[in-house]
Design a protein around this ligand. Structure first.
Ligand code: ATP
Ligand code: MG
Length: 562
């Protein structure tokens, strides 16, 4: 069931580290790294990887390097680097002085490539990209050897040097590792390790027009930095053979690559490519749209870094691909906010309630605790009460079903912290029939919410005093996707995922600082938007409802969650 505690996943990585420490494999050192490519914003999946890498390092008294895997200049932007660093820090982690860029290793990577050539383990290949693909073979058929595979070391050295000097066009030649064209592992069929790209790099400028490939760069970067445990996601399992091959051929320090299952979250997508499309096609307002699974989006939505770390700890680390229910993420969020956030009253969809027997100009004040479960904890505030109030539209029904315990003609409810009121009549718009306001009487004997004659009411509803209320725009969110595991993201897109309402909030919320979080009683947790909210004109995002609503989505038939 979504939202319930889950058993901690077995942490096979901790077991590996414990064993290494027992045997003394790394001399007790634990050095991990988080190696993003600066080609997009970080998302909740990256957060899992960050928590694992930085978390394990901290746990074992080791360290975690922050390293940008910046080998593809055409796709990378500095904007992303700044955002990534900021996000990792926000999540609560610190790389100290260990900030690295793969591009800082370009000289050494080049030297290593030359060494492979000299030892007959790499060659310059002139096949076109199409030919290369064709020669590679398939999962069921071995590949064929390139006609350039047996070039002499001298020729290879000369051609590679000329590649570097810029004598050839993009794609004209590549440097390939000379491994095994019949290997069952396609990664080992003479993979490309350098390609020509006449593109300036944001850090090395025009110095290079050849750039090393990921597989060649990554293992050597790990080796240079003396990483112990190189933790990556499962799709790199088949790349491990190449990781090991390169380091073995070069005879250098050799970290251990360990793969874990990536995070998949239901009703979300993690692909940078699709997230970029959502932004570019205007389905969201930007990378930091509060519906996005990006860290900047989650932050703006109101997630705390503690809740994300709690989530990462709860889902654990495993080797098996799985989908995590949104309820698990939201449960971690509620568990964290519950202990930190003040309870206040706000009405999202206001309906006027007039108390006929309450004096016109009288204003009463009620002392209400910010944290009713333990009033000593967050203090109190005074809430004004007057003749005209707003209540939630859906707390009133003219013709209610049996189980409806809120307000209806002739029924009595408790107004939170205040009085019992009884609905006497309903005023409707003559043309549309829409209910405009309801008239009630209050019982002065019930001040504080209890009746001296012992009579009970079944419902307690929230309210704000109309004359004192603060107006605020409130943004209510539904998931971006209608299907739990979107296949075609365009078809799965929920075009109705944002609802904007003009709410009325208790007066204490006037002047709130952007980023302040509250629980609006009965409605959920809310945050004053860090971008659009102004103290004089608040804008709130609903962070999350108070209870798990995912079960309802299934009931509405929007998707079968398993
Ligand atoms: P792409 O392959 O499109 O560039 P990526 O998400 O793999 O995207 P990277 O910048 O290479 O992007 O990721 C940095 C690190 O985050 C990698 O170690 C990667 O394994 C890890 N990572 C990425 N997505 C997830 C995920 N969904 N769950 C866990 N870890 C992830
Ligand atoms: Mg990647």
């Amino acid at each position: 069931m979504a939202g319930n505690e889950i058993a901690p996943a077995s942490n096979f990585i901790r077991n590996i580290i414990d064993e290494d420490n027992r045997t003394g494999k790394w001399g007790g050192r634990v050095v991990t790294r988080f190696p993003p490519e600066p080609n997009g914003y970080l998302h909740i999946g990256h957060a899992k990887s960050i928590c694992i890498n930085f978390g394990l390092a901290a746990e074992y008294g080791g360290r975690c390097h922050m390293r940008f895997d910046d080998t593809n200049p055409s796709k990378e932007e500095i904007e992303y680097i700044d955002s990534i660093l900021e996000n990792v820090r926000w999540l609560g982690f610190d790389w100290g002085e260990h900030l690295y860029y793969a591009s800082d290793y370009f000289d050494r990577l080049y030297e290593f490539a030359v060494r492979l050539i000299k030892e007959g383990k790499a060659y310059v290949c002139d096949l076109s990209p199409e030919q290369t693909r064709e020669y590679r073979g398939t999962l069921t058929e071995p590949g064929r050897e390139s006609p350039y595979r047996n070039r002499s070391v001298e020729e290879n050295l000369d051609l590679f040097e000329r590649m570097r000097r810029g004598e050839f066009k993009d794609g004209e030649r590549v440097l390939r590792a000379r491994i095994d064209m019949s290997s069952p592992n396609l990664n080992m069929r003479d993979p490309t390790i350098y390609r020509i790209k006449h593109v300036a790099h944001h850090r090395t400028g025009d110095k290079w027009c050849i750039y090393p490939m990921y597989d060649f760069t990554h293992c050597i970067s790990d080796s240079i930095e003396r990483i112990t445990h190189s933790i990556c996601t499962l799709e790199f399992e088949d790349n491990r053979a190449l990781y090991d091959w390169v380091l073995d051929q070069l005879g250098v320090y050799h970290p251990q690559q360990i793969e874990f299952a990536r995070l998949n979250l239901e009703y979300m997508v993690m692909s940078k490519r699709i997230l970029l499309r959502l932004v570019q096609d205007g389905h969201v307002s930007g990378w930091d749209d509060p519906r996005m699974p990006t860290i900047v989006g989650l932050r703006r939505r109101g997630y705390t870094s503690e809740s994300i770390r709690l989530f990462a700890e709860r889902i654990g680390v495993g080797k098996r691909e799985s989908w995590i229910e949104m309820g698990v993420l939201e449960k971690a969020l509620r568990d964290d906010l519950n202990t930190k956030v003040k309870r206040v009253m706000g009405v999202l969809k206001p309906l006027r309630l007039v108390i006929d027997n309450f004096p016109e100009d009288r204003v009463e004040e009620f002392e209400a605790p910010y944290f009713p479960d333990d009033p000593s904890r967050m203090g109190h505030r005074k809430v004004p009460f007057s003749k005209v109030l707003y209540i939630e539209r859906n707390d009133f029904m003219e013709d209610p079903p049996k189980k409806f315990f809120r307000l209806a003609p002739g029924r009595e409810v408790r107004l939170r912290w205040a009085y019992f009121v009884k609905c006497e009549r309903v005023v409707k718009d003559e043309k549309t029939g829409e209910i405009i306001e309801i008239h009630c009487t209050y019982d002065p004997e019930t001040r504080g919410g209890g009746a001296p004659d012992g009579r009970k009411v079944k419902g307690t509803i929230h309210w704000v005093s109309a004359a004192h209320a603060v107006e605020a725009e409130v943004r209510l969110y539904d998931p971006l996707f209608k299907e739990p595991r979107p296949e075609d993201y365009r078809e799965a897109l929920n075009t109705d995922s944002l609802e904007v309402v003009q709410a009325r909030l208790e007066p204490g919320l006037g002047g709130v600082e952007p980023g302040s979080r509250f629980q609006f009683e009965r409605l959920g947790y809310f945050i004053a938007d860090i971008k659009d909210s102004r103290p004089e004109k608040p804008v709130f995002n609903r962070i999350v409802t108070l209870r798990d609503t995912w079960a309802k989505i299934v009931a509405k038939g929007q998707g079968g969650r398993s």
